[in-house]
Design a protein. Structure first.
Length: 132
């Protein structure tokens, strides 16, 4: 009998599918337009995420390693953050950003196995159709 993946493993699978979906959808870094070493970045930061926003394609943008890890997370200088916010606002309408912020505030419990399996199926279908 095959052992079922743990909830933690299912979350990692969902995270990986979400990341792939964002990078395939955007194709280039939102800030510099680079195509190498793309990362999927949560607009509403992960520490504040609910289950609704963690895997929402609307809450993701592609950034290259340099813009994501060095400029945004490590250095975070004001000029770069201004450009970052301008680009995010161009890509994601204010109504969607507000909806994401509101959803992120909602209390949430850990997703069930059925929830995660349904999410994984949804993300897989989105990837196959590339219709994000």
């Amino acid at each position: 009998m095959k052992k079922l993946p743990t909830l933690g493993k299912l979350k990692k699978i969902a995270d990986g599918l979400w990341s792939t979906l964002i990078r395939q959808r955007d194709k280039v870094c939102l800030i510099c337009g680079g195509m190498d070493n793309l990362h999927a970045h949560h607009v509403i930061i992960r520490k504040r995420l609910s289950n609704k926003t963690r895997w929402s394609p609307c809450n993701g943008i592609a950034l290259c390693y340099r813009c994501h890890m060095i400029k945004l997370h490590r250095d975070s200088d004001k000029d770069f953050l201004d450009v970052y916010m301008e680009k995010v606002n161009e890509k994601i309408p204010q109504e969607i950003q507000e909806e994401l912020r509101n959803e992120a505030k909602e209390p949430c419990s850990d997703p069930s196995r059925a929830d995660l399996e349904a999410l994984i199926n949804k993300l897989t279908i989105l990837l196959q159709g590339d219709s994000v």
